[in-house]
Ligand binder design. Structure first.
Ligand SMILES: *[C@@H]1O[C@H](CO)[C@@H](O)[C@H](O)[C@H]1NC(C)=O
Ligand SMILES: *[C@@H]1O[C@H](CO)[C@@H](O)[C@H](O)[C@H]1NC(C)=O
Ligand SMILES: *[C@@H]1O[C@H](CO)[C@@H](O)[C@H](O)[C@H]1NC(C)=O
Ligand SMILES: *[C@@H]1O[C@H](CO)[C@@H](O)[C@H](O)[C@H]1NC(C)=O
Ligand SMILES: *[C@@H]1O[C@H](CO)[C@@H](O)[C@H](O)[C@H]1NC(C)=O
Length: 581
């Protein structure tokens, strides 16, 4: 009887109402930093519960860094269409997603959704028209830049002048008085408020775009802030490296947040008609000199900024009671730009209205495990001169050169990060997953509750660490001298260049990639406009190209004049800044 009621309920949902969509995006979180990929180091019971109850998109690709990834997610197009394929936005750059391109929240609004963004934006704010409230979000609570302090919501950016400004906004106002509240908790509280206040007669789109586990400010040695160091050390003392230990707690807090969100959807009785997506934006920045967070992409090769798998093979789990075939692991190719058409279709939109996009709807794929994509452009950075392309249903990947660090070293290309399998780590705690708020909430609305054995089986299957073709600690093929071709089915860790064995395949893929070289929209100059400096607005970031965008009295004329002079000199002398995020 219960089952029949349940099914009737689902039918009503499917035919009567558009699904609620909750999209949870983490920042710089590594492949090896969720439990369901096989690491025992960081407990992520709630993300794991989404994965084991839902669909793991196991061949899911993001972009290689934050701004391109967010541009692809929001526009449904490769970033080469919006000139966003290169470095992430520095705070004083006037770039944005072109206003003539529709973005995901605008599309969902057309279908009647209430749309909310909590957390990071990072696709432009020089003009108000580039900011979230004018790009389809009914409400916005978060920050415009690429990162922020976990406790005081200042964004520190040390260029030649030295930007350091407050960057937390509630819609168009500055969100003051939150100093001291830990960012992950604050963003969670705001998300719960949105769900609480939501009128369930309308469909909800909530994007929770976390700071975690990105480094919290420019200071590289103390930027991985946890809520309470004593607690961190007590709970995660088994992690030897203190930075990695903090990172572990940061991810653990992010996971707890997801549990609270799912619990709230359940309380509000809308979980039964919701789609919940967990995704990272790109791989971790394990080491290096900026924003290294000690995250781990192991055993995949490379870190953020590169086009190797450690950077672009994303972690993604989709849970929804609307997916009748779940739980299962989906091995079909998907790209982050696919979310716009996928969610538009899930929401019952008329697909012909979307026009031509690089993104391909994966809704049928997610529901029915039917491949709809054979290939994808990983990226082309025409300025830094490196690119990659995946073809043959995900089997072959062509890598044309590598990301060049300013100092010429190749630390970003290497295998790095904790294996999470060492004997110092605790055993994987399956009860913790079964008893997680996420699993408990899901158990209430499903007839297919998962078991301990389901979890063990799924996890064994999802752990790719035994499938590297060669011992990765010995291997580092260079793709600069000669292009690389990798067989990702046989060699997911990209250890062996097979371009000489399969020149025809390499040729065929390079012709396709060339087609994209021919149509890409070239990048704009990465000029950090010093008139954007928060010092010119009493320490607040503001839409500096807008008349009167700073609500505070600007500093005196003399100061403004000297900044203008400095900025003129800087604009002339600035080439690419060394500060990336
Ligand atoms: C944006 O910045 C670039 C580089 O400084 C400049 O050439 C361009 O005119 C600026 N555009 C706007 C709209 O301010
Ligand atoms: C770890 O977090 C604490 C706050 O709990 C902070 O004081 C400390 O600087 C952090 N360590 C690192 C390496 O970021
Ligand atoms: C490889 O990169 C070089 C340098 O950017 C570019 O000129 C060339 O067209 C690329 N080749 C392919 C096959 O994409
Ligand atoms: C595993 O998780 C359960 C449920 O959270 C907890 O009660 C138990 O103490 C954990 N076991 C270990 C060995 O930590
Ligand atoms: C891989 O190579 C490293 C370094 O040479 C060695 O310590 C390790 O035992 C090797 N692992 C395997 C599985 O062969």
């Amino acid at each position: 009887m219960f089952k029949i009621l349940l099914n009737l309920n689902l039918l009503v949902c499917v035919f009567g109402r558009k699904p609620n969509i909750v999209f949870i995006l983490s920042d710089d979180m590594g492949w090896n930093d969720v439990g369901f990929h096989g690491s025992n180091q960081i407990p992520t019971p709630n993300i794991d519960a989404l994965a084991y109850n839902g669909v793991v998109m196991n061949r899911y690709y993001t972009q290689h860094i934050c701004t391109p990834s967010r541009a692809a997610l929001l526009t449904g197009n490769y970033p080469i269409r919006s000139a966003m394929q290169g470095y992430p936005l520095k705070p004083g750059e006037n770039r944005s997603i072109p206003t003539e391109m529709s973005v995901l929240p605008e599309r969902l609004k057309e279908l009647g959704y209430k749309t909310h963004l909590v957390g990071k934006w990072h696709v432009g704010f020089s003009y108000k028209k580039y900011t979230p409230n004018e790009r389809g979000f009914d409400t916005f609570f978060g920050y415009w830049n690429g990162f922020i302090s976990y406790v005081n919501y200042n964004m520190q950016y040390y260029n030649e002048v030295g930007n350091d400004g407050f960057d937390l906004h509630e819609n168009t106002a500055y969100a003051k008085n939150y100093e001291g509240t830990y960012a992950t908790n604050l963003f969670t509280d705001k998300s719960l408020e949105i769900i609480d206040n939501h009128d369930t007669n309308e469909p909800l789109f909530l994007m929770i775009s976390h700071l975690a586990p990105h480094a919290g400010n420019e200071d590289n040695m103390n930027a991985l802030t946890t809520p309470d160091l004593d607690e961190t050390n007590k709970k995660f003392g088994y992690v030897e490296d203190p930075r990695r230990r903090n990172y572990t707690d940061i991810v653990y807090q992010l996971d707890k947040s997801i549990g609270r969100v799912v619990e709230k959807l359940s309380e509000k009785k809308i979980l039964e008609n919701s789609i919940i997506i967990y995704s990272n934006d790109n791989g971790a920045q394990t080491s290096g000199d900026f924003h290294m967070n000690s995250g781990s992409n192991w055993p995949l090769r490379g870190q953020k900024f590169t086009l190797f798998e450690g950077s672009v093979r994303g972690t993604c789990a989709v849970y929804s009671p609307l997916i009748k075939n779940a739980p299962y692991v989906n091995e079909n190719l998907m790209h982050i730009s696919d979310w716009l058409p996928t969610l538009y279709e899930a929401a019952g939109g008329d697909m012909s209205k979307l026009g031509i996009l690089d993104g391909i709807s994966q809704w049928d794929n997610i529901l029915n495990n039917k491949a709809s994509r054979n290939e994808l452009l990983v990226n082309i950075d025409e300025r830094l001169k490196y690119s990659a392309y995946i073809d043959y249903s995900g089997q072959y990947k062509l890598v044309n050169s590598s990301y060049q660090r300013p100092d010429g070293s190749n630390v970003y290309d290497v295998y790095a990060g904790d294996t999470g399998r060492g004997a110092n780590n605790p055993k994987y705690n399956i009860s913790e997953i079964l008893e997680s708020p996420t699993n408990l909430a899901i158990s209430k609305i499903t007839a297919k509750t998962i078991t301990k054995q389901n979890i063990i089986d799924a996890r064994t299957n999802l752990d790719i660490s035994g499938r590297c073709r060669q011992n990765i600690s010995n291997k580092m093929i260079d793709c600069k001298e000669k292009m690389c071709l990798f067989d990702l089915f046989d060699d997911p860790c990209e250890t062996t260049n097979i371009i000489d064995e399969f020149p025809e395949i390499g040729k065929k893929i390079s012709i396709k990639m060339q087609d994209y070289y021919n149509v890409l929209v070239p990048q704009k100059p990465n000029v950090d406009d010093q008139t954007s400096n928060p010092k010119l607005c009493d320490g607040y970031y503001f839409s500096w190209l807008e008349e009167d965008a700073c609500p505070f009295k600007k500093s005196g004329g003399d100061t403004l004049y000297s900044y203008t002079m400095i900025s003129t000199a800087l604009v002339l002398s600035l080439t690419l800044s060394l500060y990336y995020f």
